[in-house]
Design a protein around this ligand. Sequence first.
Ligand SMILES: [Zn+2]
Length: 183
Amino acid sequence: MNEEIWRAVVECDPAYDGKFYYGVLTTGIFCKPSCKSRTPKREHVRIFATLDEAQRTGLRPCKRCQPHKTGWQSADEELTQRAEQLISECYTEPLTLREMAARLFISPYYLLRCFRRLRDCSPGQYLIRKRLEAARELLRGTSLSVAQVAHQVGFRNSAHFSHVFHQEMKQTPTEFRRSTKEE
Ligand SMILES: [Zn+2]
């Protein structure tokens, strides 16, 4: 084990997560570099380049840092970011959960569960938020009618748009526009 790796273990350096895992022979457990558990004796530590390698030795994943879940978490985070990007780029289209999931090549259920867990809202709620953001910009900066604004940001009818807008902003689109003009 080189000094750089040992230093990462001692300092619980998260920059090394995913680059290696370390097992502690006396406890039979393996950890991510960032794990805050007590620093083991150096002579008891073994370094593994991959998760697979660590698991094959029969060591158990640490309950605290859950090194075996790292890969999953980052894959889910990546997926969630791809979903956010898709929504940011395509919010004017009639996106449904099913449609988003299809474009991301995953199941609607998985997308929903993953997004909820990592962002505390559903992709649908995030979509609405994006649309309302864009709508506020248009109401503030253009003279488009409310119906035109609704249509441009992806709502199929303006009554539904006004309803959602009011729910979120506690103002109708027209009231919102008036209030920004008065500022
Ligand atoms: Zn650990």
